[in-house]
Ligand binder design. Structure first.
Ligand code: MEV
Length: 309
Protein backbone atom coordinates (compact mmCIF):
# COMPACT_ATOMS: atom_id res chain seq x y z
CA UNK A 1 0.00 0.00 0.00
CA UNK A 2 1.14 3.56 -0.74
CA UNK A 3 -0.31 6.60 1.02
CA UNK A 4 0.36 10.31 0.45
CA UNK A 5 -0.55 13.39 2.49
CA UNK A 6 0.43 17.04 2.41
CA UNK A 7 0.08 20.03 4.74
CA UNK A 8 0.72 23.77 4.25
CA UNK A 9 3.25 26.08 5.82
CA UNK A 10 2.04 29.25 7.51
CA UNK A 11 2.67 32.95 7.90
CA UNK A 12 1.80 34.67 11.17
CA UNK A 13 0.12 38.03 10.64
CA UNK A 14 -0.12 39.00 14.32
CA UNK A 15 0.73 37.67 17.77
CA UNK A 16 3.79 35.38 17.53
CA UNK A 17 5.63 34.89 20.83
CA UNK A 18 2.71 36.39 22.79
CA UNK A 19 0.73 33.27 21.78
CA UNK A 20 3.18 31.19 23.89
CA UNK A 21 1.72 33.02 26.94
CA UNK A 22 -1.90 32.19 26.08
CA UNK A 23 -2.52 35.33 24.01
CA UNK A 24 -4.40 35.18 20.67
CA UNK A 25 -2.67 35.13 17.26
CA UNK A 26 -3.72 35.40 13.61
CA UNK A 27 -2.06 33.19 10.99
CA UNK A 28 -2.70 32.14 7.41
CA UNK A 29 -1.77 29.04 5.45
CA UNK A 30 0.62 29.63 2.53
CA UNK A 31 0.63 27.86 -0.81
CA UNK A 32 3.89 25.97 -0.13
CA UNK A 33 3.10 22.47 1.20
CA UNK A 34 5.16 19.63 2.66
CA UNK A 35 4.38 16.25 1.08
CA UNK A 36 4.82 12.85 2.75
CA UNK A 37 4.54 9.44 1.11
CA UNK A 38 4.49 6.13 3.05
CA UNK A 39 5.19 2.71 1.55
CA UNK A 40 5.63 -0.76 2.99
CA UNK A 41 9.37 -1.47 3.34
CA UNK A 42 11.14 -4.55 2.05
CA UNK A 43 13.13 -4.45 5.35
CA UNK A 44 12.00 -4.24 8.99
CA UNK A 45 13.42 -0.69 9.27
CA UNK A 46 11.73 2.69 9.26
CA UNK A 47 13.63 4.47 6.49
CA UNK A 48 13.22 8.19 5.94
CA UNK A 49 14.30 10.01 2.80
CA UNK A 50 13.87 13.79 2.81
CA UNK A 51 14.35 14.16 -0.89
CA UNK A 52 14.58 17.93 -1.38
CA UNK A 53 17.05 18.35 1.51
CA UNK A 54 19.14 15.28 0.68
CA UNK A 55 18.68 13.84 4.20
CA UNK A 56 18.47 10.07 4.63
CA UNK A 57 17.99 8.33 7.96
CA UNK A 58 16.85 5.19 9.66
CA UNK A 59 14.71 5.27 12.81
CA UNK A 60 14.95 2.58 15.48
CA UNK A 61 11.38 2.70 16.73
CA UNK A 62 12.01 0.85 20.02
CA UNK A 63 15.07 2.75 21.25
CA UNK A 64 14.11 6.04 19.59
CA UNK A 65 17.56 6.20 17.99
CA UNK A 66 17.94 8.15 14.75
CA UNK A 67 20.73 6.87 12.54
CA UNK A 68 21.83 9.44 9.97
CA UNK A 69 25.10 11.06 9.01
CA UNK A 70 23.41 14.21 7.73
CA UNK A 71 24.40 17.41 9.60
CA UNK A 72 20.80 18.61 9.15
CA UNK A 73 19.22 15.50 10.69
CA UNK A 74 17.36 17.51 13.44
CA UNK A 75 14.18 17.40 11.38
CA UNK A 76 14.12 13.59 11.76
CA UNK A 77 13.17 14.08 15.44
CA UNK A 78 9.80 15.43 14.30
CA UNK A 79 9.32 12.36 12.10
CA UNK A 80 10.21 9.98 14.95
CA UNK A 81 7.82 11.66 17.41
CA UNK A 82 5.06 11.76 14.76
CA UNK A 83 5.43 8.06 13.95
CA UNK A 84 5.27 7.16 17.64
CA UNK A 85 1.72 8.56 17.74
CA UNK A 86 0.25 6.36 14.99
CA UNK A 87 2.54 3.44 14.14
CA UNK A 88 3.37 0.03 15.58
CA UNK A 89 7.02 -0.05 14.45
CA UNK A 90 6.78 -2.28 11.36
CA UNK A 91 9.06 -1.55 8.39
CA UNK A 92 8.02 1.43 6.26
CA UNK A 93 9.70 3.75 3.78
CA UNK A 94 8.82 7.41 4.24
CA UNK A 95 9.57 9.85 1.41
CA UNK A 96 9.31 13.57 2.17
CA UNK A 97 9.52 16.82 0.23
CA UNK A 98 9.59 19.66 2.76
CA UNK A 99 9.19 22.39 0.08
CA UNK A 100 9.32 25.13 2.77
CA UNK A 101 12.57 26.80 3.95
CA UNK A 102 13.68 25.18 7.23
CA UNK A 103 14.02 27.68 10.10
CA UNK A 104 12.47 30.30 7.82
CA UNK A 105 9.58 31.14 10.18
CA UNK A 106 7.13 29.58 7.73
CA UNK A 107 6.09 26.52 9.72
CA UNK A 108 8.16 23.84 7.97
CA UNK A 109 8.40 21.61 11.05
CA UNK A 110 4.65 21.85 11.72
CA UNK A 111 3.84 21.08 8.06
CA UNK A 112 6.14 18.03 8.02
CA UNK A 113 4.72 16.85 11.35
CA UNK A 114 1.06 17.23 10.32
CA UNK A 115 1.63 15.58 6.92
CA UNK A 116 3.59 12.69 8.53
CA UNK A 117 0.86 12.03 11.11
CA UNK A 118 -1.80 12.19 8.39
CA UNK A 119 0.09 9.87 6.01
CA UNK A 120 1.24 7.27 8.56
CA UNK A 121 -2.17 7.12 10.26
CA UNK A 122 -3.87 6.63 6.87
CA UNK A 123 -1.30 3.92 6.02
CA UNK A 124 -2.29 2.14 9.26
CA UNK A 125 -6.00 2.73 8.51
CA UNK A 126 -6.41 4.85 11.63
CA UNK A 127 -9.16 7.35 10.99
CA UNK A 128 -8.07 10.57 12.71
CA UNK A 129 -10.26 13.67 12.95
CA UNK A 130 -8.62 17.04 12.23
CA UNK A 131 -8.62 17.96 15.91
CA UNK A 132 -6.78 14.73 16.74
CA UNK A 133 -4.13 15.41 14.07
CA UNK A 134 -3.71 18.96 15.41
CA UNK A 135 -3.44 17.70 19.01
CA UNK A 136 -0.87 15.01 18.17
CA UNK A 137 1.13 17.45 16.04
CA UNK A 138 1.26 19.98 18.86
CA UNK A 139 2.44 17.26 21.26
CA UNK A 140 5.19 16.37 18.75
CA UNK A 141 6.38 20.02 18.59
CA UNK A 142 6.36 20.19 22.39
CA UNK A 143 8.38 16.96 22.63
CA UNK A 144 11.01 18.22 20.17
CA UNK A 145 11.13 21.97 20.91
CA UNK A 146 10.22 21.77 24.63
CA UNK A 147 8.13 24.92 24.28
CA UNK A 148 5.58 25.56 21.53
CA UNK A 149 2.09 27.02 21.23
CA UNK A 150 -0.48 25.14 19.12
CA UNK A 151 -0.45 27.93 16.51
CA UNK A 152 1.75 26.43 13.78
CA UNK A 153 0.27 22.94 13.99
CA UNK A 154 -3.31 24.30 14.07
CA UNK A 155 -2.92 26.40 10.93
CA UNK A 156 -1.09 23.56 9.17
CA UNK A 157 -3.94 21.15 10.00
CA UNK A 158 -6.92 23.37 9.19
CA UNK A 159 -5.51 25.80 6.61
CA UNK A 160 -7.24 29.10 5.82
CA UNK A 161 -6.98 32.23 7.94
CA UNK A 162 -7.26 31.55 11.65
CA UNK A 163 -7.66 33.62 14.80
CA UNK A 164 -6.37 31.29 17.49
CA UNK A 165 -7.27 31.75 21.12
CA UNK A 166 -5.35 29.04 22.91
CA UNK A 167 -7.81 28.91 25.80
CA UNK A 168 -10.93 28.76 23.59
CA UNK A 169 -12.65 25.50 22.64
CA UNK A 170 -13.13 26.31 18.96
CA UNK A 171 -10.82 27.39 16.16
CA UNK A 172 -12.08 30.67 14.68
CA UNK A 173 -11.71 30.72 10.88
CA UNK A 174 -11.83 34.36 9.79
CA UNK A 175 -14.37 34.29 7.03
CA UNK A 176 -13.41 37.02 4.57
CA UNK A 177 -14.41 37.33 0.93
CA UNK A 178 -11.24 39.07 -0.28
CA UNK A 179 -7.57 38.02 -0.63
CA UNK A 180 -4.97 39.39 1.77
CA UNK A 181 -2.12 40.53 -0.52
CA UNK A 182 1.13 39.72 1.28
CA UNK A 183 4.77 39.24 0.32
CA UNK A 184 7.07 36.99 2.33
CA UNK A 185 10.76 37.89 2.29
CA UNK A 186 13.08 35.32 3.74
CA UNK A 187 16.66 35.78 4.83
CA UNK A 188 19.45 33.24 4.53
CA UNK A 189 19.72 33.03 8.31
CA UNK A 190 17.82 30.28 10.11
CA UNK A 191 15.93 30.99 13.31
CA UNK A 192 15.80 28.30 16.00
CA UNK A 193 12.23 28.57 17.35
CA UNK A 194 12.95 26.69 20.60
CA UNK A 195 15.92 28.93 21.47
CA UNK A 196 14.08 32.13 20.51
CA UNK A 197 11.04 31.23 22.61
CA UNK A 198 13.42 30.50 25.49
CA UNK A 199 15.22 33.84 25.03
CA UNK A 200 11.90 35.71 25.30
CA UNK A 201 11.06 33.70 28.42
CA UNK A 202 14.39 34.71 30.01
CA UNK A 203 13.88 38.38 29.10
CA UNK A 204 10.39 38.21 30.66
CA UNK A 205 11.79 36.59 33.82
CA UNK A 206 14.48 39.27 34.15
CA UNK A 207 12.19 42.25 33.36
CA UNK A 208 8.64 41.05 34.15
CA UNK A 209 7.24 44.56 34.72
CA UNK A 210 8.51 45.68 31.32
CA UNK A 211 7.99 42.58 29.17
CA UNK A 212 4.54 41.54 30.44
CA UNK A 213 3.01 44.84 29.24
CA UNK A 214 4.71 44.30 25.85
CA UNK A 215 3.03 40.89 25.60
CA UNK A 216 -0.28 42.42 26.73
CA UNK A 217 0.06 45.10 24.02
CA UNK A 218 0.60 42.43 21.36
CA UNK A 219 -2.64 40.84 22.56
CA UNK A 220 -4.48 44.17 22.10
CA UNK A 221 -2.95 44.56 18.63
CA UNK A 222 -4.12 41.08 17.62
CA UNK A 223 -7.66 41.69 18.85
CA UNK A 224 -7.83 45.03 17.04
CA UNK A 225 -6.29 43.46 13.92
CA UNK A 226 -9.00 40.77 13.90
CA UNK A 227 -11.63 43.52 13.62
CA UNK A 228 -9.59 45.43 11.03
CA UNK A 229 -9.24 42.29 8.88
CA UNK A 230 -12.97 41.54 9.11
CA UNK A 231 -13.66 45.15 8.00
CA UNK A 232 -10.85 45.10 5.36
CA UNK A 233 -9.52 48.30 6.95
CA UNK A 234 -6.19 48.38 5.11
CA UNK A 235 -4.65 51.40 6.85
CA UNK A 236 -5.35 49.96 10.31
CA UNK A 237 -4.05 46.49 9.34
CA UNK A 238 -0.78 48.03 8.11
CA UNK A 239 -0.29 50.30 11.14
CA UNK A 240 -0.97 47.44 13.55
CA UNK A 241 1.62 45.30 11.73
CA UNK A 242 4.21 48.04 12.11
CA UNK A 243 3.49 48.41 15.84
CA UNK A 244 3.63 44.61 16.25
CA UNK A 245 7.07 44.63 14.59
CA UNK A 246 8.34 47.24 17.07
CA UNK A 247 7.18 45.10 19.97
CA UNK A 248 8.85 41.98 18.54
CA UNK A 249 12.04 44.06 18.44
CA UNK A 250 11.46 44.86 22.13
CA UNK A 251 11.20 41.11 22.81
CA UNK A 252 14.70 40.73 21.30
CA UNK A 253 13.92 38.56 18.26
CA UNK A 254 14.75 41.11 15.57
CA UNK A 255 17.98 41.13 13.53
CA UNK A 256 19.68 43.78 11.36
CA UNK A 257 18.81 41.77 8.25
CA UNK A 258 15.13 41.38 9.17
CA UNK A 259 14.87 45.06 10.11
CA UNK A 260 16.41 46.10 6.85
CA UNK A 261 13.95 43.97 4.89
CA UNK A 262 10.99 45.29 6.89
CA UNK A 263 11.94 48.90 6.07
CA UNK A 264 12.73 48.07 2.44
CA UNK A 265 9.20 46.70 2.09
CA UNK A 266 7.64 49.79 3.68
CA UNK A 267 9.71 52.15 1.52
CA UNK A 268 8.60 50.25 -1.58
CA UNK A 269 4.94 50.85 -0.73
CA UNK A 270 3.93 48.10 1.71
CA UNK A 271 1.15 49.33 3.98
CA UNK A 272 2.73 47.44 6.89
CA UNK A 273 5.51 44.93 7.49
CA UNK A 274 6.89 42.88 10.33
CA UNK A 275 8.83 39.80 11.30
CA UNK A 276 6.73 36.68 10.81
CA UNK A 277 7.36 33.63 12.98
CA UNK A 278 9.99 33.27 15.67
CA UNK A 279 12.50 35.82 14.22
CA UNK A 280 16.26 35.62 14.83
CA UNK A 281 16.59 35.17 11.07
CA UNK A 282 13.78 33.62 9.08
CA UNK A 283 11.21 35.80 7.37
CA UNK A 284 9.26 39.03 7.21
CA UNK A 285 5.71 39.56 5.99
CA UNK A 286 4.69 42.70 4.10
CA UNK A 287 1.07 43.70 3.61
CA UNK A 288 0.69 45.19 0.15
CA UNK A 289 -2.91 46.14 -0.76
CA UNK A 290 -1.49 48.61 -3.31
CA UNK A 291 0.23 45.80 -5.24
CA UNK A 292 3.01 43.34 -4.49
CA UNK A 293 5.31 43.89 -7.53
CA UNK A 294 7.38 46.85 -6.23
CA UNK A 295 7.85 45.22 -2.84
CA UNK A 296 9.03 41.93 -4.34
CA UNK A 297 11.55 43.76 -6.58
CA UNK A 298 12.81 45.95 -3.73
CA UNK A 299 13.31 42.99 -1.40
CA UNK A 300 15.17 41.07 -4.08
CA UNK A 301 17.43 44.07 -4.73
CA UNK A 302 18.15 44.62 -1.04
CA UNK A 303 18.94 40.98 -0.55
CA UNK A 304 21.44 41.16 -3.36
CA UNK A 305 22.95 44.30 -1.82
CA UNK A 306 23.19 42.64 1.60
CA UNK A 307 24.79 39.57 0.12
CA UNK A 308 27.33 41.75 -1.69
CA UNK A 309 28.41 43.41 1.62
C1 MEV B 1 6.66 30.24 15.77
O1 MEV B 1 6.19 30.03 14.44
C2 MEV B 1 5.68 31.03 16.55
C3 MEV B 1 6.10 31.32 18.00
O2 MEV B 1 5.03 32.09 18.57
C4 MEV B 1 6.34 30.07 18.79
C5 MEV B 1 5.09 29.28 19.06
O3 MEV B 1 3.97 29.78 18.88
O4 MEV B 1 5.23 28.13 19.50
C6 MEV B 1 7.36 32.19 18.06
Amino acid sequence: MQVKASAPGKAILFGEHAVVYGKPAIAMAISKRSCVEVLESSTSNINVNIKDLGIKGCIDFNSGAIISDSPKKGILKYILESIKKVHDGSGIDIGIDVNIPIGGGLGSSAAVTVATIAAVSAYNEIDLKEEEIAKYAHEVELAVQKSASPLDTTISTYGGLIYLETNAEDIVQLDIDYDIPVVIGYTDTRGDTGKLVESVRIRRDVYPDIINPVIDSIELITEEAKQAILENDKKRIGELMNINHGLLDALGVNTKELSSMVYTARNAGACGSKITGAGGGGSIIAYCPGGTGNVISAINETENALNAD
